[in-house]
Design a protein around this ligand. Sequence first.
Ligand code: MN
Length: 727
Amino acid sequence: METTEARYQSLMRAIARHAPTTDIALVDKAFRFADAKHEQQLRKSGEPYIIHPLAVAEIVVESGLDTDAILAALLHDCLEDTDASFDEIVKLFGRPVAELVEGVTKLTRVNFSTAEEKQMENLRKMFMAMSKDIRVILIKIADRLHNMRTLEYQSPAKQIIKSTETMEIYAPLAHRLGMQKLKWELEDISLQYLEPEAYKEIMDFLAVHKDQDEQFMNAIQTAIQGRLESMGLHGKVYGRIKHVYSIYRKLKNQNKSIDELYDIYAFRVIVNSIADCYNVLGHVHDLFNLVPGRFKDYISTPKPNMYQSLHTTVIGSQGIPFEVQIRTWEMHETAEYGVAAHWKYKQGGAGAGSEKEFEWVRRLLENQQDTVAEDYIHSLRVDMFDDEVFVFTPKGRVVSLPAGSTPIDFAYAIHSGVGNTMVGAKVNNRIASFDVQLNNGDVVEVLTSKSAKGPSRDWLKICRSNQARQKIKQWFKKEKREENVLHGKASFEGELRRMNIDPSVLQNEELLAVILKKVSFDTLDDMYAAIGYGGMTAVKCVNRMRDELLKATKAAPKEPLAPKSLQSLGKKSSGSGNSGVIVEDIGSCMVKFARCCTPVPGDDIIGFVTKGFGVSIHRCDCDNASESLRQKQPERWVRASWAMVLEENFDTSLEIDCRDRDGLLLDMAMVLSGMKIKLREMNCRTLTDGRAIASLTFSIRDVAELNSVCGKLCAVPGVEQVRRGKT
Ligand code: MN
């Protein structure tokens, strides 16, 4: 068991080595404060609690963070687990430190254990969005690393949960932030708990081959080092076995057994200048045989997380391939500690404006260009979240809302029933007004009552999300029955007249009973109300009861658009088949959607009776369905409308005029992916003057959804015009 004293000394040694300018007196003060606060508490291991913050602080020191971060690391569990208050920390250590501690505390409250796959993505985003200061995440990663190192003291169930979280959240975050060293350790420990057999197999294998490996690595190391010296180059050569998780992944991906796997050695040559890097590269290729296609120059083209190095794979005389990475000391620092290394370079500079640091990270995260599209979309792009806010339910579920959302938006995001019976709200356990803007990390609770009067009209002005607005409107539609009945009656009777049926036919009670049954309503008013609020359309009602109505009136309907087609096709019922479209006067017929204008539900449509291929559906405003064309062959044009219930999606396409730039298509794809819309086809024609026309084909529910796609695409930088296109 470790003693507090030993851990404290270890922290002091780390400070002396990595951050000698640190104010030791302040560190000591923070240690004593935290130690007193955690006094009676023990870790699961039985050790005094303070061991944990001391260890976290040491990781923070090794990562190169500044004094404020070291203090915050020592204090990071005080707000959550002791009676220490924010103000107390402000008074003793200053506001910046207190804010770091508070930031870490907020992240601590995130409850991952209920998170599903989909939530993980939100959580990762939220981590970024919540941490106004990137140091908060770095401290949180350090906190997690020490908890992982001491995971053996937790229950088996907890071990699995924590390891999964670490794989899903913390290791990817460490990777994004370029902190390889922490990432590797997080992955290896997680693997140990998630795949104990695989982990053991690899460890055993490495243990058995230890001598052999060392011999091999020494030989290579000596060869390179010798060459450097003989050429008068100053540099250091390190050899290592790749980390366990990366070997595990290679085994899985390449489907090999461990003794077939050669690619487990990596060497690193660290030199003083970039010129030396390329120099050394030449010597390495001279000493060993190059494996073609494996050379990568991350010096001229850094990785998105700022990583720089030359990579090459070569084969020595034993026929074993190995990787050599060549970099400068500064690049090395960045590779090991990523973002954190940044603080090291700016030590002694002007005060740490966390805003500015955040900008830096923001840019870093925006530049993820070598990742494949899907990765890119899933990567942490801070700017993407400017228009989103992430809040919690009291049970810790994350709800994502548009920025500026209020408790009303939250309530309707949970369920319309919750919104409609809402009588009050609590934000972070305090009663809040309905119009308060929610912040990242807020815990929101909705108070409901069965006797609630329902939403008020003012809510429409307060709420921010379309979802809430729509649901509130819907409620008013349903509640305002009288108005709806009047409105529904007018449109139903209008439709009857259009069919040349006198509405007075409805006074025949026998007929009324029959036709109401056809549309499954109890009374005529019920049907009118449904039409009035949009739950049913007048056209559909009339279509369903048409035969009965016609029989009763004994009058042939006048077909305004296609009298001849009626006769020639000789069918009077309507049918939607499986196409989602009702073609009037034609029973089940083959329907296809015109490729020229790709209509989607909500568009005004018209049908064209083709020779032998059923009815082809165009948008009314399609060039191929123009008024003059319709007049040329009136007998072939038939009225069509959308069926009410549409389950399927419809393919449609957009053409986009834009100024061409790198990543434009990717950004557009991201818009669709963000809206969960399936992209079918995408291409881009570049024109001569730096402009381009992109065309996207995707499937969509209806015209409302399409409009919101258009809106979002218009907001993509470079996009100038979006229009309905041709496939
Ligand atoms: Mn902790």
